[in-house]
Ligand binder design. Structure first.
Ligand SMILES: Cc1ncc(COP(=O)(O)O)c(C=O)c1O
Length: 350
């Protein structure tokens, strides 16, 4: 499919202070847009970033058929732009689409749109260490109809914003045992907008108590650790990694999978298994829980400093040798300082 391109008159990139970028507020000049009508994706186009004109009866606003992805374009040490494992985002988007009764996006449409848009807005990919162009693919249901049924029309968009680190200090998290993020059979493993809506109230309570994030537990017994609001969870116990399985309720994080592969390649044992809150407490009480970290595209690999479980505050040491090593290895693979042994980088020029 040919992508029509309408360029903006004047780029806004020169107005941006790349040393001081607020997360998610300043958008690159252009966006990609394509519509699903009469059973096919039609009229792919790139146009200046701007508002959409939509019906007040738009079905996604009532019944929540809205899914998205989060990914990054970064520069390697030669200044070339790389996308990190973009086909994994494409696969997960289609997984979410199937679960939410939305149409899948063909791989070539997704990749062509992504690469064409990033190339056009290449000046928005920052150069400084740790910064990136955060990319948001988004699909919404667009029927203007008030009956509860799957929409017949959809819009798929790609746009993005330059970002630096999401977290600037070790995370303070609290184990949540009252509210539920996701239940088996629900949509927790899809990247569906409603998952985030449901977490806002409990998360804002935790934030008002000084925590960055909640550590969600299972919906039935609140005994098994699941994930954080925007990232997956890892514990480092006696030098080995533990992370919960993702079957059913947990988003299959691409950073999580990358960390597992890098750790195994470095002979760090990784245990993908259920972790109970009691087990976590036990590890901490016996001095075996030396580090914990969160993984996500926005969060990258963020060390956890404090885990509150009921009355107990687990203070983890600020020295995080394994977390730091995994973080720098993954960064070095993206920036070309270490070989990309898993062929994860898609280079798209400058
Ligand atoms: C709920 C949730 N879990 C985990 C992740 C981490 O996923 P990824 O590493 O693919 O960004 C994210 C971020 O996308 C998320 O929103």
């Amino acid at each position: 499919m040919t992508i029509a391109v309408e360029r903006c008159n004047a780029s806004r990139v020169t107005d941006v202070d790349f040393n001081n970028i607020p997360f998610g507020r300043i958008f690159a000049d252009h966006m990609f847009e394509v519509d699903f009508l009469n059973g096919t994706w039609q009229n792919p186009r790139i146009r200046p970033y701007g508002n959409l004109s939509l019906s007040p009866a738009l079905s996604c606003m009532h019944y929540g058929q809205a899914i998205f992805e989060g990914m990054k374009a970064q520069r390697n040490s030669h200044g070339e732009i790389i996308l990190f494992r973009p086909r994994e985002n494409w696969k997960r988007l289609n997984f979410s689409a199937r679960r939410m009764q939305m149409p899948e996006i063909p791989e070539d449409l997704f990749m062509d749109a992504l690469i064409s848009w990033v190339k056009l807005d290449h000046n928005w990919v920052p150069t400084s260490k740790g910064s990136a162009l955060y990319i948001r693919p988004l699909m919404i249901a667009t029927d203007d109809y008030l009956g509860v049924k799957a929409s017949t029309t959809y819009k798929f968009l790609i746009y993005g914003c330059p970002v630096s680190s999401y977290y600037t200090e070790p995370l303070r998290i609290r184990v949540e045992e009252t509210y539920v993020r996701a239940a088996k059979g629900g949509v927790g493993e899809a990247k569906a907008a409603g998952n985030y809506a449901a977490s806002m109230f409990p998360a804002s309570r935790a934030q008002s108590e000084g925590f960055h994030q909640l550590l969600w537990t299972d919906a039935v017994e609140h005994r098994f650790i699941e994930e954080l609001g925007t990232s997956n969870f890892f514990a480092v116990v006696n030098g080995e990694l533990y992370t919960p399985e993702t079957e059913g309720t947990i988003l299959r994080g691409i950073t999580r999978d990358s960390v597992i592969q890098v750790a195994r390649q470095q002979n760090i044992p990784v245990h993908v298994q259920p972790i109970t809150t009691d087990q976590l407490k036990d590890w901490f009480d016996h001095g075996e829980l030396t580090e914990a970290f969160a993984t996500g595209t926005a969060a990258t690999i963020a060390p956890i400093g404090i885990i509150q479980f009921r009355e107990q505050i687990m203070n983890l040491s600020p020295s995080n040798p394994i977390t730091t090593k995994l973080h720098s290895t993954l960064d070095d693979m993206k920036t070309g300082k270490q070989p990309d042994i898993f062929s994860w980088n898609v280079e798209i020029g400058r």
